[in-house]
Design a protein around this ligand. Structure first.
Ligand code: UGA
Length: 432
């Protein structure tokens, strides 16, 4: 099939490369000049394990191309995937739908034959319906169907999540072609046993935001328990593990620490509350305010812990290991780690940060931090070492080696990922 992917960010690039892997001919559309320059040079504007290899494989196989032209896209494609961002609106909890709207406004007037648009971006419930009306107004003697096919991939495991998803969900209008088209697109995945769920568009939109809000709630729940454990002298990791062994609860998304960040969970929780308010159902989702507040409170608490560990932040030297919002990606959007590093620096400390992949992005957002080329270099002369993203390479750091570089052996395990015994045996004060 000839598939077009509109918007080549984390979601779009992964979807485009994976659809080429499934055997389709794919055209990616991107209008950002900087991203286009990277594509032209044969590289990707993001780091995602295994993605660049897959992308190159299909640029070479001829099954994947990238263009800036909506005209090319409209003429070439049969099926159009919307994969642009839906960030939080400035000064508001609601989602900013300007990029999704722009895709419909740019594409639909150019379509010269009937088309199916499958939305993948995370949108507030009701968006597909509004876009379908807009597409009807803009379409010139053609039928344009808008259906919603939410994406559940995680950064860091995006390729595997796309090629082996837990489920496929497609929200369609009755009587259209979208279900048949989606079945054809995903035929190899359906044949491999992936559940294929067909709903109406509003339900499909809500499946996605419900999933993200639930995951966020689970994380904030265990982080609230972590605060009680810390007050009571109990071990939150042992609590999470024991509770998670109950099959009804499960251990996933029950890792306590600095909380959730990134381009999805924080803004999706807020957009869900905002949309519920518009629908007159704000009261039932007020607990999500607590989920958000507990999450943001973890960052404040980490700054406070750092202050306690140093005595005073003013003049302190702080090493920050990890600035990405989670390991195996270079994304610093709403990164708890970078946010904490920034707050500590602004309160008078000198912060030297290191991350295996995210330094360039962090530098763009926070140019006033110092950035080191290795974890050991970041720790040079530090009064305290903060581990804020649980990259594998931090889990295997030798506390003796690092101990020889710091001014004081104090470590704060912001992701509860270190072997406490190893660090205390090497003479470190260990804080969580
Ligand atoms: C999340 C969802 O997991 C995906 O299903 C969804 O497709 C995606 O958002 C999206 O809407 O696009 P993602 O943000 O890539 O995926 O990453 P997650 O692995 O879910 O982690 C989110 C945040 O939660 C990270 O900051 C992570 O460190 C934190 N987290 C995760 C915890 O603090 N504790 C946990 O137990 C798990």
């Amino acid at each position: 099939m000839r598939l077009t992917v509109l918007g080549m960010g984390y979601l779009g690039i992964t979807h485009a490369a994976c659809m080429a892997e499934l055997g389709h001919d794919v055209l990616g559309v991107e209008v950002d000049e900087d991203k286009l320059a990277k594509f032209a040079a044969g590289t990707l504007p993001i780091y995602e394990p295994g993605l660049e290899e897959l992308y190159r494989k299909h640029i070479e196989s001829g099954r994947l191309r990238v263009t800036a032209s909506y005209e090319d896209a409209a003429e070439w494609g049969d099926v159009f995937f919307v994969a642009v961002g839906t960030p939080q609106k400035d000064g508001d909890f609601a989602a900013d739908l300007r990029y999704v709207d722009a895709v419909i406004d740019s594409l639909v007037p150019l379509l010269r034959r009937d088309a199916v648009i499958l939305g993948k971006s995370t949108v507030p419930v009701g968006t597909a319906h509004q876009l379908a009306n807009r597409a009807d107004e803009l379409a010139k003697d053609v039928t344009v169907e808008v259906a919603w096919n939410p994406e559940f991939l995680r950064e860091g495991s995006a390729v595997a999540d796309t090629l082996r998803p837990d489920r496929l969900v497609v929200g369609v209008q009755p009587g259209g072609r979208a279900e048949a088209v989606a079945r054809e697109v995903y035929a190899p995945l359906i044949a491999a046993g992936t559940p294929f769920l067909v709903t109406d568009p509003a339900t499909a939109e809500l499946v996605k935001v419900t999933a993200n809000a639930f995951l966020a709630t689970k994380i904030s729940f265990i982080n609230a328990v972590a605060e009680v454990c810390s007050a009571a002298g109990a071990d939150v990791k042992a609590v999470a593990n024991a509770v998670g062994l109950d099959a009804r609860i499960g251990t996933a998304y029950l890792h306590p620490g600095l909380g959730f960040g990134g381009g999805c969970l924080p803004k999706d929780v807020r957009a869900f509350m905002a949309r519920a308010g518009e629908l007159g159902a704000a009261d039932v989702l007020t607990f999500l305010r607590e989920v958000d507040a507990i999450n943001m409170g973890r960052r404040t608490r980490m700054v406070q812990l750092c202050r306690e560990a140093c005595g005073s932040l003013s003049g302190a030297r702080v090493a920050v290991l990890g600035v990405a919002y989670k390991p195996d990606c270079d994304d610093v959007r709403d990164s708890p780690a970078l946010n904490v590093a920034g707050q500590i620096q602004l309160q008078g400390a000198t912060v030297t940060a290191y991350d295996p992949k995210a330094i360039e992005n962090a530098r763009n957002l926070f140019p006033t931090l110092r950035y080191a080329d290795t974890a050991a270099e970041a720790c040079e002369g530090a009064d305290v070492v903060l581990v804020l993203t649980e990259w594998d390479e931090f889990l295997v750091l030798d506390p003796r080696d690092i101990g020889a570089r710091v001014r004081r052996r104090a470590v704060i395990d912001g992701r509860m990922c270190l072997d406490k015994r190893q660090w205390t045996d090497a003479g470190w004060e260990y804080w969580i």
